[in-house]
Design a protein around this ligand. Structure first.
Ligand code: SAM
Length: 502
């Protein structure tokens, strides 16, 4: 499989392209409107047929650009010329965005608008998707915006920072987000093609990033950052069995070593108060708890860590997912051989489960014992999650520096999204089950006993927890010392998870 050229960064032509895209404007909303809800929803799930049917004979500028650069349709050169009047077809060819094909042109890259809920609006070029080309992807394929990209972008705290690092920047998706709240952005990647796309995207969007080629953290040896983000090539890949080594997903190590090494090593690059936000897969052998495995990695880092496992797959599900990725269709001998290679690899280490999650690490600003919180949350979460992560780090940092007396002597207040649910047998006067639910954030729920529920019910920012617990212990006939001990444990958990604030 041959790989096409990456777009060039001629500033004069890029100015013209930017002017054309701005004039239309080619935005996420404009594309959605052009496609309509049915085709737009299908396209978001990588089902391209409805959009293809709609745009196959389109001649309007948005339709032509989406058809050409989003779907890989051949479009009439004249139509492209009308869609990009300043750049022209000759300029698009010179930038290596398209190649002529008779009276038509076809795209050499994917180019699409992209935005976030915070006002960010960009255009992103990457290699044509699997759906816009025929056959499996080449191993040096440069990814555009995928589900993992948007997950990481959503979970990253958007607190203003000085220096930010994007490890494995690819086409620069995370760096686009970072540019909104970081003064200086450094992106690293092993792939020269990825860095070409990142440079193109930075220039097209009028941004200035420092892009460095090298493996993981090597290009930033001795440097520290206030924020490190990484959607690394975390896919656990057999090292034998003929599995193609896709650069975008495979860091070349055995098992989950890529994520382990990044988790252990990122601390050397975090300034005091700095945060690292990363995605990863981890594998567990029979009887092993993922918390022990990932917990050992974060312990080796010496940093605060908050890891949320979002999903779990068994080896068959994982093998089928990644064998299919890249364009190897189920039912073909090649696909079956790939699944077999994954199953053999997992069997060689007795792996029974593969977890996926988000790793948040933090270097405390002052000397103290690090906090480590490893939780499972597979349900819907807030969008974006960055504010929850930022608030959760502040809460955990505060708790880590507060002794039990400090927790008890604070007047806590229930967060606005917290509700209580009670369940009782018909006719019963007292509830059998009391559950505290969080509407936003991780959407957690916590089962409460009578003492817990009484304490939470008076968390309105007036009484300190100690005052409340002393009164509750008298009402429930529980020794005061026991009530204070139970209360402090509950409070720490609820404060860390954002149920209670000071
Ligand atoms: C999953 S993609 C992430 C791209 C982009 N940051 C995003 O969020 O969509 C992983 C990236 O890591 C890069 N990569 C692969 N091996 C690497 C290595 N050893 N060091 C640095 N980057 C690597 C790939 O080229 C690819 O761009």
């Amino acid at each position: 499989m041959t790989t096409s050229a990456t777009p060039r960064t001629d500033p004069r032509l890029l100015d013209r392209l930017r002017e054309d895209l701005s004039a239309l404007p080619l935005t996420v909303d404009a594309v959605q409107e052009r496609l309509g809800p049915l085709a737009a929803t299908a396209l978001a799930k990588e089902r391209t047929l409805p959009a293809r049917r709609l745009l196959v004979a389109a001649s309007d500028p948005i339709g032509v650009l989406v058809g050409c650069f989003g779907l890989g349709l051949e479009v009439a050169a004249d139509d492209l010329a009308r869609a990009l009047p300043r750049l022209g077809v000759a300029g698009a060819v010179e930038l290596d965005l398209v190649e002529p094909h008779g009276a038509d042109v076809r795209a050499l890259c994917d180019l699409r608008p992209y935005g976030d809920d915070l006002g960010g609006a960009w255009w992103v070029a990457s290699d044509p998707t699997e759906h816009a080309r025929s056959g499996p992807l080449p191993v040096d394929h440069v990814l555009g915006i995928g589900g993992a990209s948007t997950t990481l972008a959503s979970w990253t705290p958007r607190t203003p920072v000085g220096r930010a690092l994007d490890v494995g920047t690819g086409s620069g998706v995370q760096s686009l987000h970072l540019s909104r709240h970081a003064q200086h952005v450094v992106g690293t990647d092993l792939s020269g093609r990825a860095l070409d796309y990142a440079a193109f995207n930075a220039a097209l969007n009028g941004l200035d990033w420092e892009l460095r080629r090298g493996s993981f953290l090597d290009p930033v040896a001795g440097e520290t950052f206030d924020l490190v983000v990484s959607n690394p090539p975390f896919v656990i890949t057999p090292r034998t069995g003929g599995v193609p080594r896709y650069e975008y997903r495979d860091g070349g190590a055995a098992g989950d070593d890529v994520v382990a090494a990044l988790t252990k090593g990122v601390g050397a690059h975090l300034a005091p108060g700095g945060v690292a936000q990363m995605l990863g897969n981890w594998e567990t052998a029979g009887g092993e708890d993922w918390r022990d495995r990932v917990g050992a990695w974060v312990a080796a880092s010496g940093l605060d860590a908050w890891v949320v496992q979002r999903d779990v797959q068994d080896p068959v599900e994982y093998a089928e997912l990644w064998a299919r990725d890249g364009g190897h269709l189920p039912g073909t001998p090649e696909h079956d051989a790939l699944v077999g290679a994954w199953l053999d690899d997992f069997a060689s280490r007795s792996i029974e489960q593969i977890g996926f999650g988000i790793i948040t690490m933090h270097r405390p600003s002052r000397e103290r014992v690090p906090f480590v919180d490893l939780v499972e949350a597979s349900g819907p979460v807030a969008t974006p999650m960055g504010p929850t992560v930022a608030a959760g780090l502040v809460a955990r940092d505060r708790l880590a520096g507060t002794d039990d007396d400090g927790v008890l002597d604070t007047a806590w207040r229930a967060a606005p999204d917290v509700t209580t649910e009670t369940h009782a047998r018909p006719g019963a006067t007292d509830p059998d089950v009391i559950v505290l639910r969080q509407g936003g954030g991780l959407g957690r729920s916590v089962r409460l006993d009578t003492l817990d529920a009484a304490l939470v019910s008076v968390c309105d920012g007036e009484l300190t927890a100690r005052q409340s617990l002393v009164a509750i212990s008298g009402l429930l006939d529980v020794p005061t010392g026991e009530a204070l001990g139970r209360g402090v444990g509950l409070l720490r958990g609820l404060v860390a998870d954002g149920f209670l604030t000071a």
